[in-house]
Design a protein around this ligand. Structure first.
Ligand SMILES: [Zn+2]
Ligand SMILES: [Zn+2]
Length: 102
C-alpha cells in the first residue's frame, strides 16, 4: 500500500502489515493473554506494533465486559486484524470454561 507520497513501509506487524509512520519496534502479544492463563508457546504469540497491541487489549477488555457478545459499534476505529485477534483470544479463553469475573 502506498500513500500519495509513496511512503508506506512494510513491517512485521501482524495486524497492520504496511505502516506509516514506519514502525521501529514491535512487541510480542499473547493471543490468549498470559493473565487469562494463555500458554507461553509460539502458536499463542504474534508480533504487533505498539498501537496494534494497545488496541487489541482494549478490544479484549470490551469482549470481557460484554461476556463475549460480538463487538459492533465499539469497533469503529479498529482494524479487522485487531478485532480478529481479540475475538480469537477471548474465544480460546471462553472455551476453557473460565468465566469472566468483571
Ligand atoms: Zn498483549
Ligand atoms: Zn501495526
Amino acid at each position: 500500500m502506498k500513500t500519495p507520497l509513496g511512503k508506506w513501509w512494510s513491517s512485521n506487524c501482524t495486524v497492520h502489515g504496511s505502516h506509516w509512520p514506519r514502525v521501529h519496534g514491535t512487541m510480542i502479544h499473547h493471543i490468549r493473554p498470559l493473565s487469562w492463563s494463555g500458554p507461553d508457546i509460539a502458536s499463542n504469540k504474534v508480533e504487533v506494533c505498539p498501537t496494534g497491541h494497545t488496541n487489541i487489549h482494549i478490544l479484549l477488555d470490551l469482549l470481557s465486559d460484554r461476556r463475549g457478545v460480538p463487538l459492533t459499534d465499539e469497533t469503529k476505529g479498529f482494524s479487522r486484524g485487531e478485532i480478529a485477534l481479540a475475538q480469537r483470544g477471548y474465544d480460546e479463553w471462553a472455551a476453557t470454561g473460565f468465566v469472566p469475573r468483571k
